[in-house]
Design a protein around this ligand. Structure first.
Ligand code: S3P
Length: 426
């Protein structure tokens, strides 16, 4: 689906942001491990989370929809050998987390994925899982991968990467391994696994950047998934750069391991207010009011990077509208996402007239530059590049065409509908 995006007058109104993708993956997988029934309310309907749901169904869970917003995962009998290979689609989170579960089962399984996922690095999970005793067959640490299930043993793993996917893979393996498993990372990555494990009664402890887990069971407790700050980020950015905008985004997860963008926006002089703060299923949540702002450039590097890793493409769009030079460093893992996001964002924003340079581990962006448009944008099979381009298109002088915009469905199928709700056509 190719679309065109026009300059808009202003954005106004209220939206409720759909459920968090990271938390939904975990809710689906952890429910499958409970040997009970778990009701999940407000799950993500993006294609990535549907890949996870299909896999746990193939592993023997019964899925019953109560409504569009609510389902029950029944895993009363333990998960069992699937009759077919398991399709992870485009989803790195599905692949890496489910591997931690499957490596410790008493059956074999095979994972595969789409073209983009088949290029992504899996050594980061295979190496530590092998240290725990896991056995795999793969070519060059990429999908497709065969997993030979076996009893795993706990290890103390010091990760070279700050990665929630690697951490969660090892914690899932550790949940079912003999003894104690610990994972230490250089900076703290998102901690949804730790929070949900705690909520479901696992024997887990966090000290700074180290998490320790002992073999334990998960209780079948109901889970309500809060809205996704990584989806909200696109509308926050839109309201900040489209003149005369003021919007309210409701039910946004503000877990501090995910909310790095809010910290950065403060340094950029953004007019943002958080209110109605609460806790839902062990996750902090708030409503957010955003107004058009005169943005200033900023520097982003070090410990904050994992706290905003998925928001860097849209922050780059904001930086084109901020006075001064924005420097983003230490973000080399962006080259291993659904696309090489450093090159993708540099190439596509340059087409619009942005002053942007690529470095090995980040971007340098000089603002404020008017964006021209009158061109075709590629999204590289990457949902976040597609949405970032869309938001840039709202302030371009001429219209832009975005090719294959359907990639948005990976995380945010409701994107266009919600956009139309706040677009004030004047
Ligand atoms: C995710 C972790 C991040 C993030 C991804 C989702 C998760 O990846 O980029 O979109 O749900 O654990 P890394 O942990 O590999 O950085």
């Amino acid at each position: 689906m190719d679309i065109t995006v026009n300059r808009v007058k202003s954005l106004n109104g209220e939206i409720i942001i759909p459920a968090d993708k990271s938390i939904t993956h975990r809710a689906f997988m952890f429910a499958a491990l409970t040997k009970g029934q778990v009701k999940i309310t407000n799950f993500s309907k993006g294609a990535d989370c549907m890949s996870t749901l299909n896999i746990i169904e193939q592993l023997g869970c019964n899925i019953k929809y109560l409504s569009e917003q609510e389902l029950i995962i029944d895993s009363v009998s333990a998960i069992k050998k699937p009759s077919d290979k398991l399709n992870c689609g485009n989803s790195g989170t599905t692949t890496r987390l489910i591997s931690g579960i499957l490596a410790g089962q008493n059956f074999n399984s095979s994972l595969y994925g789409d073209e983009s996922l088949s290029k992504r690095p899996m050594k980061r999970i295979i190496t530590p899982l092998e240290l725990m005793g896991a056995k795999f067959n793969h070519k060059d640490y990429k999908l497709p991968i065969d997993i030979y299930g076996t009893q795993l043993k706990g290890i103390d793993y010091i990760s070279p990467l700050a990665s929630a996917q690697v951490k969660s893979c090892l914690l899932l393996a550790g949940l079912n391994a003999e003894g104690v498993t610990s994972f230490t990372e250089p900076y703290k990555s998102r901690n949804h696994t730790e929070l949900m494990f705690e909520y479901m009664g696992a024997d887990i402890n966090t000290q700074g950047n180290k998490v320790v887990i002992k073999k334990s069971c998960l209780n079948p407790v109901d889970i309500n998934v809060c809205g996704d700050i990584s989806s909200a980020a696109f509308f926050i950015a839109a309201a900040l750069i489209v003149p005369e905008s003021e919007i309210i985004i409701k039910n946004v997860g503000i877990n501090e391991t995910r909310s790095g963008m809010l910290d950065v926006l403060k340094t950029m002089n953004a007019d943002i207010e958080l209110f109605n703060k609460r806790v839902i299923s062990n996750e902090k949540v708030a409503d957010i009011k955003v107004r058009y702002s005169d943005l200033k450039a900023t520097n982003i590097q070090g410990e904050i990077i994992p706290r905003l890793i998925d928001e860097i493409p849209i922050i780059a769009v904001l930086a084109t509208q901020a006075e001064g030079t924005t420097i983003i460093k230490d973000a080399q893992d962006l080259r291993n996402k659904e696309a090489d996001r450093i090159t993708a964002i540099k190439t596509e924003l340059s087409k619009l007239g942005a002053d942007i340079q690529e470095t090995q581990d980040g971007l340098i962006i000089n603002g404020k530059t008017p964006l021209n448009g009158d061109c075709s944008i590629e999204c590289y099979h990457d949902h976040r590049i597609a949405m970032s381009a869309f938001i840039a298109g709202l302030i371009c002088k001429k219209l832009i065409k975005i090719n294959e915009f359907q990639w948005v469905n990976i995380s945010f199928p409701e994107f266009l509908e919600l956009f139309h709700r706040i677009n004030n056509l004047g």
